[in-house]
Design a protein around this ligand. Structure first.
Ligand SMILES: [Ca+2]
Ligand SMILES: [Ca+2]
Ligand SMILES: [Ca+2]
Length: 295
């Protein structure tokens, strides 16, 4: 039966059954489903054969082939992962979907990144860079480059590093960005205002008491005892050769000396008696100048 070929035998016959049949006369259908031939599907036995109804995502006679859901998918900067009845685009790091297009958008890597000291964040592929302000460096611009060089500040000034610059703390007497400018202290009149002269020098100044005063230039006391004749080495100079500043006394009735009356006197370091036109050494003690009274 069922198309089998029959051959004679001794007191018998033999049937060569076609595929799918069995039995003495090939009248029994083989149930192929008993051997679970469908890999991903449900088996249905049929006369002389079987049929596989594939599960979702599978195809083929035995449902052994996966349906390639990635075949017509564009993942751009990503790779397609085939799944049962579905697919998934797995983006490379730094990419994401945008407007329904897979892995097309460069992800913003600057989110929550704080570039310091005025730096700005530049988004890259799966990374970022801080574009630092001049004078700063480092991944987050946190490094302030040292702008102080060995001789940035002159005259022993102290260099203080800044943002792409430096500041000099200058020693007394110097100013300017590099402490190379002398301060003219005389502009602020540090010396005795009337009795001293100020001389500006590099990095400093000097106060010098004017002639006929002595002191440190701040305090200048009047030299009341004149070094009369000292400059010329003469103890018998004319009175009008000097600029007197000692107080001049005028005795009410004059002072008699020798044959004359003297109407004024003052004290110097050598005793002189003064006639009308000349002075006379009197004593070897602090001197008294006497002005002769006019007749
Ligand atoms: Ca990015
Ligand atoms: Ca700096
Ligand atoms: Ca100076």
């Amino acid at each position: 039966m069922n198309g089998a070929a029959c051959s004679d035998a001794v007191d018998d016959y033999h049937c060569d059954c076609l595929l799918g049949w069995r039995g003495k006369t090939c009248d029994e259908d083989i149930d192929e489903c008993l051997s679970n031939p469908c890999l991903h599907g449900i088996c249905t036995n049929t006369p002389a054969s079987f049929k596989c109804s594939c599960s979702a995502g599978y195809t083929g006679v035995l449902c052994g082939e996966k349906i390639d859901n990635c075949a017509e998918v564009l993942c751009n900067n990503g790779t397609c992962k085939n799944m049962v009845n579905n697919y998934q685009c797995i983006c490379k790091r730094g990419w994401e979907d945008a407007d329904g297009i897979h892995c097309i958008q460069n992800s913003d890597d600057c989110v929550n990144i704080n570039c310091l000291n005025g730096g700005s964040c530049i988004d890259k592929i799966n990374t970022f860079e801080c574009d630092c302000s001049v004078g700063f460096s480092g991944k987050y611009c946190s490094i302030n480059k040292d702008d102080c060089e060995p001789h940035s500040c002159h005259h022993g000034g102290t260099c203080v590093d800044g943002a792409n610059t430096f500041t000099c703390i200058c020693p007394k007497g110097w100013t300017g960005n590099n402490c190379s400018d002398d301060i003219d202290e005389c502009d602020s009149h540090p010396c005795n205002p009337h009795r001293a002269t100020c001389t500006n020098t590099d990095g400093s100044y000097t106060c010098t008491c004017k002639e006929d005063y002595h002191g440190d230039g701040i305090t200048c006391n009047e030299i009341r005892l004149f070094t009369y004749g000292l400059k010329v080495g003469d103890q018998r100079s004319w009175i009008n050769a000097h600029d007197y500043t000692s107080p001049i006394f005028s005795p009410p009735f004059g002072i008699p000396f020798g044959n004359s009356m003297f109407y004024r006197l003052y004290v110097s370091n050598i005793i002189h008696l003064l006639s009308l036109n000349c002075s006379i050494l009197l004593f070897n003690i602090p001197l008294i100048y006497l002005y002769q009274q006019y007749p």
